[in-house]
Write a protein that binds this ligand. Structure first.
Ligand code: PDD
Length: 289
């Protein structure tokens, strides 16, 4: 069964799907995107992702390529045509194709691309062991709240992490505080048991999974603080974890080769991950053998 992609009004076999060479997404990274997880056939946090997509487009003055209701339909259609039960659905909107000029085109026709890739998510063994991260300076621009397709710093950061045998890179601001992962938000549980994650601002992407996990924490009566933290505080704490559409809440047990707490995944990350799966309304794919 071929993979099917959606490009500007057409559903096409993945290998035949293409965009114009003067698409501004290609020429200038002039576009935004969202990653929505399909778990057990369900779109996780669809509302949140579409709200953030609208915000990102608005911040860059990119008009909607189709009506929001049509986009919801296309999302379902791409999932259906790919027979995807567990998958990552990518939605990309660019300012469209136009003769190369830095200034916005007069009559923009934004491009819309959706792709869907089946995934098994993390194996249970990764949850049991936790993952390692390495730290690196945050070399990105100053509008990290926009989910821009301009991802070169993250490409370099992820590659560096991969080469170091780590799962993720944690980026540090000039004062040594963790901003976020290359493609995830960063969390710790401090020595006194407080859940901490950086507050939303232009310094980080306000993760949709992050927002849902905070809601889960409120419902569970887990105390939390939204503030920056350092690597030293993380290492002296009890737990660390990352969150994103594709990792949900995934324990971090080593930072730059040093153990977090006792070096094992902690109970709070586990509880929050379970609460998140309940919020999506599906069993944890990591526990499905
Ligand atoms: N990345 N921070 C950054 C820089 C991210 O790229 C992401 C998501 C997150 C988490 O956001 P959310 O919970 O909404 O997925 C935080 C996606 C998964 C990606 O680029 O693949």
């Amino acid at each position: 069964m071929p993979r099917i992609a959606y490009v500007n009004g057409r559903y096409l076999p993945h290998g035949e799907a293409s965009i114009h060479i003067e698409d501004r997404g290609f020429q200038f990274a002039d576009g935004v995107y969202e990653v929505v997880t399909v778990v057990g056939g369900k779109l996780a946090d669809e509302e949140g992702h579409l709200t953030r997509l609208a915000r990102s487009m608005n911040e860059l003055s990119i008009p909607w390529p189709v009506k929001p209701a049509t986009l919801r339909f296309i999302m379902r259609e791409v999932v259906r045509r790919n027979r995807a039960d567990n998958a990552l659905l990518y939605i990309q909107v660019t300012r469209g194709a136009a003769p190369r000029d830095f200034r916005f085109p007069k009559d923009p026709a934004p491009s819309l691309v959706l792709t869907c890739r089946r995934t098994a998510f993390q194996p249970a063994s990764l949850l049991e062991k936790g993952v390692s991260v390495i730290t690196m300076p945050d070399i990105r621009w100053l509008r990290r709240d926009i989910k821009s397709v301009s991802l070169l710093p993250q490409v370099l950061g992820k590659q560096k992490a991969f080469e170091a045998g780590a799962f993720e890179g944690w980026q540090l601001d000039p004062d040594g505080y963790v901003t976020e992962g290359c493609s995830s938000n960063a969390w710790i549980v401090t020595a006194d048991g407080t859940l901490v994650t950086r507050q939303p601002s232009n310094d980080i992407l306000n993760g949709i999974t992050r927002l849902s996990l905070l809601e889960c924490a409120r419902e569970l009566g887990i105390a939390y603080k939204e503030r920056p933290f350092t690597v030293a505080e993380a290492l002296a704490g009890r737990e660390a974890f990352i969150s994103s559409a594709s990792t949900f809440a995934l324990p971090v047990t080593r930072i730059d080769g040093k153990p977090v707490g006792d070096g094992k995944p902690g109970p709070l990350a586990r509880r929050l991950r379970q609460a998140y799966m309940d919020h999506v309304g599906t069993p944890d794919p990591a526990s499905i053998k």
